[in-house]
Structure formats: structure tokens, C-alpha cells
Design a protein around this ligand. Structure first.
Ligand code: S3P
Length: 168
């Protein structure tokens, strides 16, 4: 299926890159977190609080499946969606999977301005470093991996478009 699926840790730039890339291609931009919130009529942090992480993971997996069936979409995924094997397989079948990577310091800077993420409550720096360590290989299955730390959004998009010629 012809989609581009952006994966990566929280704050790696998936939504920013995804929105612009979709514009450039004339494709639809979809954010799995936003879709879950829309369908459930509440926020991710409320979902975590009231129904727990396991139920959120079920909801995001279902959304991923629905979204990938549509085609011609740039999909920005939640940072933990890759933890389930069935999601990894679906993404690999559903399009070009692109991992966006950023250094811990950069991620901490970016996520500090939005304190709503349930997994980053408390000491943000400590939470980011711990989760990054736990997930250090979680994004390795991507078709393409881009370290965004020293790149502009345009440069990241350029690399994805170049790779797209060979995949779709
Ligand atoms: C999560 C990342 C978040 C969101 C939820 C859990 C994670 O999405 O899905 O808070 O487990 O990494 P972003 O990566 O868009 O912040």
C-alpha cells in the first residue's frame, strides 16, 4: 500500500515533517494520536489516566490498521506504536516506514514545552533518557532511518522523497 509511515521517539519531529511532506505530495496527513483522540472524544492523557496504557495501545493499533488501509497518506505515529509486533508488520506492509531520530538533548528541549505526555510526567530529562534506553532498538526495523539532529525539516523531507522513488 502506498503510504509513508513516520515512526520515532516522542519529539523526534514526526508531526512537523509529516504535515509538510503530505502537503508536498498532495497526500492526506494523519496523526494516529489525533485520530485516537478524535474517535474517543478525549485526550491521550485522559485515556491513560482513566483506562490505562494497555487500552490505549489497543486503540492506537486499531487506528493504525484503519489508517493504513486508506492509502496515499503520510502517517505520523505515536512513539510507542512500534512496541507491538503486529503493528511493525502492518507498517512494513503498509508503505515506506521512515524512522526519525534525534539526540536525547534535542528531544528533551522539544518535549519540555508540552507537558501533556503521560509517559513523561515528573523529571522529563530522566524519563526521556530511561525510555530512550529501553527503546534504543525499537525503531531499527524501518526501511529508512534519518538522524534529524543536524537537519532542517526541508532536508529531512528531501531524503524521504529521494527514497520514495525506489519504493512506491
Ligand atoms: C507515546 C507517544 C505519544 C503518545 C503517547 C505514548 C509513547 O505520541 O502516543 O503519549 O509511548 O512514546 P508522540 O510520539 O506523538 O508524542
Amino acid at each position: 500500500m502506498d503510504n509513508i509511515v513516520l515512526i520515532g521517539f516522542m519529539g523526534s519531529g514526526k508531526s512537523t515533517v509529516g504535515r509538510k511532506l503530505a502537503d508536498r505530495l498532495g497526500w492526506t496527513f494523519t496523526d494516529t494520536d489525533a485520530r485516537v483522540e478524535q474517535e474517543q472524544g478525549t485526550t491521550i492523557s485522559e485515556l491513560f489516566r482513566q483506562r490505562g496504557e494497555a487500552e490505549f495501545r489497543e486503540l492506537e493499533s486499531r487506528v493504525l490498521e484503519d489508517v493504513l488501509a486508506e492509502g496515499r497518506q503520510v502517517v505520523a505515529t505515536g512513539g510507542g506504536i512500534v512496541l507491538a509486533e503486529r503493528n511493525r508488520l502492518r507498517m512494513l506492509e503498509g508503505g515506506l516506514v521512515v524512522a526519525l531520530k534525534a539526540e536525547a538533548g534535542e528531544v528533551i528541549k522539544r518535549v519540555s514545552s508540552d507537558r501533556s505526555r503521560p509517559l513523561l510526567q515528573g523529571d522529563v530529562g530522566e524519563r526521556v533518557r530511561t525510555l530512550m534506553e529501553q527503546r534504543k532498538h525499537a525503531y531499527d526495523f524501518a526501511h529508512l532511518s534519518i538522524d534529524t539532529s543536524a537537519l532542517s525539516v526541508e532536508q529531512v523531507i528531501g531524503q524521504i522523497l529521494e527514497r520514495l522513488q525506489y519504493k512506491l
